[in-house]
Design a binder for this molecule. Structure first.
Ligand code: SF4
Ligand code: SF4
Length: 433
């Protein structure tokens, strides 16, 4: 394959809205709602209404699909199984737990006495038991990546967070820099690799300043600044930058495993304290939020409570003139905030003004193809999708779209081109079965 270098595009970050205030903890909501959906896995509830649960207790599983397990994020009583909005844009069943505010921990949460002697297999088992998933948005069960048979030499920690508005990874790293290095080191051992590279955006010098003082204790870890462009946080972009290698399928082909920084920090707690994935950082931000901020919250927290903690919406906000987005503005989904709950992949909720003056005719300028990091021709894919031409979708490599949103962002005519390409990719996937 001819190696084509991914360029990326500079995008106004809008991160200052949220960046200056520190990460706040909001650990005791009155109720949490644990979604019975993780990525594409429907989960089976392992508890019923009326059961008492402790923090860290397994409450839902899917043993058929990658042995997914999900844990209670507060202690208390299961009061209902009810529908809530999920960041996937669907309503899903969720286990409602009423918090008893006693923070009773399940028996398995305790300090690990033999951290340094844990084997690769034991570390991977801990990932699995703790239900660790990719907190950067992918939600893929982490232990599956580490069971690879490929020879891995480098674990790359993705601390790039390249989409505009998002700052939860930034806040999590600058609050817990040593935990990041510990979690990354445990990942390196779990991969049988010899080094860790933490990739961050060059303009985020605060990340370097936070991590650097701890580096002497972690000589196998290095910091790697990447350009301030989008999509610099895309796995393939980072692997290319760090290793000068590319791949077709998975980063393991280039001898690499990539994990998000929040996943590494969460894994440090799983290794040292046997704490499963029960909480995550999230940014509540955008021009429509009075005091944007980042929070560390239990999985299942209602987003509306976090909006209240931000002082609510700006005065006189006209809901019709704002978009409510779960996730980043480039890759997220339109949602209803009030019933949305925090799940493992939800790193942000954004309230931003609607773009005025939509004019959806294609001008044929070719800018979308110029910026596409996967080297696709989005307009041709859109046409192939509209004609339901599976063969052409395949010839145009629609399956290579990473849904980064850059084609829509760059389009001077505001054509919803990403959506059309994503639908074409989906049609190709279904048609190819
Ligand atoms: S950027 Fe927009 S207007 Fe230009 S070719 Fe692509 S879809 Fe058409
Ligand atoms: S959304 Fe897909 S087609 Fe559009 S720029 Fe990104 S990778 Fe290319």
């Amino acid at each position: 394959m001819i190696f084509q270098k991914i360029k990326g595009v500079f995008i106004d970050g809008k991160k200052d809205l949220c960046k200056k205030s520190p990460l706040k903890e909001y650990l005791s909501p009155k109720y949490v709602y644990i979604p019975l959906l993780q990525r594409t896995s429907n989960l089976k509830a392992e508890v019923k209404v009326g059961d008492e649960v402790k923090v860290g207790q397994v409450v839902a599983t899917n043993e058929q699909q990658m042995n997914v397990r999900v844990h209670a994020s507060v202690s208390g009583k299961v009061t209902a199984i009810k529908k809530v909005w999920h960041s996937s844009g669907k309503m899903v069943d969720a286990i409602e737990i009423e918090n008893n505010f006693q923070n009773q921990l399940t028996e398995s949460i305790k300090r690990e006495e033999n951290v340094d002697s844990l084997t690769r297999e034991q570390l991977i088992k801990k990932m699995e038991l703790a239900g660790i998933t990719g907190l950067g948005g992918a939600g893929f069960p982490t232990h599956i990546k580490y069971k690879t048979k490929a020879k891995i030499d480098t674990v790359i920690i993705n601390a790039v967070e390249c989409e505009p508005y998002l700052t939860c990874d930034y806040h999590f790293i600058t609050t817990y820099p040593e935990k990041l290095l510990k979690g990354a080191t445990y990942m390196m051992k779990a991969a049988d690799a010899t080094k860790v590279v933490i990739a961050y955006k060059i303009n985020n010098k605060q990340i370097r300043e936070a991590v650097q003082p701890f580096l002497p204790k972690f000589p196998h870890v290095e910091l790697f600044p990447v350009k301030n462009v989008y999509p610099a946080g895309w796995e393939k972009f980072i692997v290319e930058q760090v290793t000068k290698k590319t791949y077709n399928g998975l980063p393991a082909e280039a001898g690499v495993i990539v994990n998000n920084s929040a996943t590494a920090i969460t894994f440090a707690d799983a290794v040292e304290m046997n704490i499963p994935l029960i909480a995550r950082p999230i940014s509540i931000t955008g021009e429509g939020i009075k005091k944007p901020g980042s929070f560390y919250v239990p999985i299942g927290t209602k987003v509306s409570e976090l909006v209240e903690l931000c002082g609510g919406y700006v005065e006189g906000l006209d809901p019709l003139k704002y978009n409510y987005i779960a996730g980043g503005p480039m890759t997220g989904r339109a949602i209803f905030i009030d019933d949305l709950v925090v799940n493992d992949t939800l790193g942000a909720v954004i309230v931003k003004p609607v773009i005025e003056g939509l004019h959806p005719e294609c001008l044929g300028c070719g800018k979308c193809a110029d910026v596409c990091p996967a080297f696709l021709t989005p307009t041709e894919i859109k046409k192939a999708f509209e004609r339901k031409d599976i063969k052409l979708l395949s010839d145009l490599n629609a399956n290579k779209c990473v849904e980064c949103g850059l084609c829509s962002y760059i389009c001077p005519s505001h054509v919803e081109i990403t959506e059309a390409v994503a639908k074409g990719k989906d049609l190709l996937r279904k048609g190819a079965k």
